[in-house]
Design a protein around this ligand. Sequence first.
Ligand code: ARG
Length: 463
Amino acid sequence: MKNATWSGRFKKSLDKEVLEFSESVSVDHLLFDSDIKVCMAHAQMLCECKIITKSESNKICKGLQTIQKKYNDGKLSLSINLEDVHMNIEQALTKEVGDLGKKIHMGRSRNDLVSTDLRLYLRDCVDLILKKIKDTRYAIAITALDNSNVVFPGYTHMQLAQPITFGHHLLAWHEMLQRDEQRLDSVREVINVMPLGSAALSGTPYPIDRKSVAKKLGFKTISANSMDAVSDRDFVCDFAYSCSMVMMHLSRISEELIYWMNTHIKLVDIDEAFCTGSSIMPQKKNPDVPELIRGKCGSAIGALTSLLVLMKGLPLTYNRDMQEDKGIIIESISEVLSCLNLMPRLILTLTVNQKRALSFSKQGYSNATDLADYLTMKGTPFRDSHEIVGKIVRHAELKNTALDDLPLKDFNKFSKIIGDDVYSAINIEKSIHKKIASGSTSPLNVKKSAKKILASLEKNGYK
Ligand code: ARG
């Protein structure tokens, strides 16, 4: 079958296998709603600019509405014979309103149309992801507030370092996601530029009003150079990068959950509904959801790499290679959405083994820094305090005792200024309350920060 849209200069029709190989409707059918919106705005503008008449524009818009309804009702199916969604819609329009439908392509081409449609579609996807990030931030803040007093082991190098509050740890996750939100906000700005009216690559001789179309479609601004407009896919790469960052953060969170759930660790449990058993070992309860999130992160990073490699060798302007961008970014978006979807409930249903967390937090001389701070606050320069405490720890290790159980006379062998008040200074349940500098782990800080986050989300309609 010949493709009526561009078959004029061809004697032969497209090879059937080439048709199957080159069609994009199996992916870009997702752009259907966007394409209809763009066609309507374009037709209205053509009328405003007196390129078509009012009655022609009305007929086209009515025709487009009918097509949309037919499509929604399952009465219009898209054909690969017409290659992509854009040509399917143009042909459906021509069937609906006759030859007038053929006028819709004045002052535009598929090269600017595909980018415009994709931008509209991705803008909605960004909004959806932003909403789900907010849901997750809300769940984190609620859980942090509940756990603001819970003493928990803090690690560096995966070795016990200092006690923290579990709420503080959760709020660290919150910061990662808040940065993701900011990143996506700025990607939204990058997406929100309208290329339509750049036509194939050099622009158009028709006296069109691109700003009017942009306004109708909610674009903030229009692209400045027709050649860049049709060859630019930076917005897709930026979006893929932001998705990778979200996934990288979710993967790190998942890794921590998996570690905490480890049989020997058992610090935090995730809800049974998020785990599966083993087909052979009856006792198993595996953290499949965080494992899958960690695994899916690979696809998101892969998508970013694929897009960068897709674009890196392309000369200006449009090249058919670019058709591949949609499948890649859509895959990445659906992974991010599926993971973010589960995250709030996964977090809200976490249970911490508080007794174990406290006992772990006390191991391994995790209060050694508290002792150094104690000496320093009594006037010893911090470097000297560090040295003295190092020696005290070695001494305690030899005696196989915790710092809290060393008698005062032992402390005094290393420093005369250590008094009875040392025991309260190195008691970790007390010392976490002293970390009140802004950004520190004290329960008071955690409560304040969590409440602030909740208040700002509630202001945006969250409850
Ligand atoms: N199906 C194409 C895509 O998704 C639309 C643009 C086609 N332009 C062209 N000159 N063949 O990229």
